[in-house]
Design a protein around this ligand. Structure first.
Ligand code: ZN
Length: 188
């Protein structure tokens, strides 16, 4: 297995919609293994393919670090292929989110607590499933990535302006991380 560099904010690929894949996608199992390895090394709870430079509808979630808050997440580890959001419902709630493409940035974001989603697993079996609470929250964040939507697209323009320097530093690779990153505007 190998660790893949994670694209930092500013890389245009992060703004693109992922394309559906089928079981003939070359090297898919190895790619998924490498994404797990990369996610765990970076201490993330989710990772989407666009973050490692693949413009496809694939993301992984391991919500088990949240088992203290929600015991049902103890074994929550899933691969989502070709996911589609079917419904989001309930009163929006605030949660402090982070993202491996935005090291050191944490933002309180509002999202709805209940979701219904269709997706395929690693064996391309079809699923239609509902998720709630923290599981839904992580899935919503990763799902955004395959839609080309980033955390900062969900904050107010004012807040975004206030974060300009931080965002600049991220895209220039000036933020230290203990995982491998690829910053689009880094001077070499
Ligand atoms: Zn993210």
């Amino acid at each position: 297995m190998s660790i893949l560099p994670i694209l930092a904010y500013g890389d245009p690929l992060l703004k693109e919609k992922g394309k559906p894949i089928d079981r003939d996608y070359p090297g898919l199992d190895a790619l998924i293994d490498n994404m797990w390895e990369t996610m765990y090394q970076a201490k993330g709870v989710g990772l989407a393919a666009p973050q490692i430079g693949r413009r496809i509808r694939l993301f992984l979630v391991d919500a088990s670090p949240f088992a203290d808050e929600d015991p049902s997440l103890k074994d929550f580890k899933k691969v989502f292929i070709n996911a589609r959001m079917l419904d989001e419902s309930g009163d929006p709630w605030l949660f402090n989110e982070g993202c491996l493409s935005f090291p050191e940035l944490r933002e309180d974001l509002m999202r709805r607590p209940e979701i219904r989603m269709s997706y395929q697993d690693q064996d391309f079996r079809e699923h239609e499933e509902s998720f709630s609470g923290l599981a839904a929250r992580i899935i919503q964040h990763e799902y955004d990535h395959i839609e080309g939507i980033l955390m900062i697209d969900r904050i107010s323009p004012l807040k975004r302006t206030l974060l300009r320097r931080t965002l600049n530093n991220i895209s220039r690779g000036l933020v230290r991380t203990d995982y491998m990153m690829k910053a689009p505007r880094k001077k070499r």
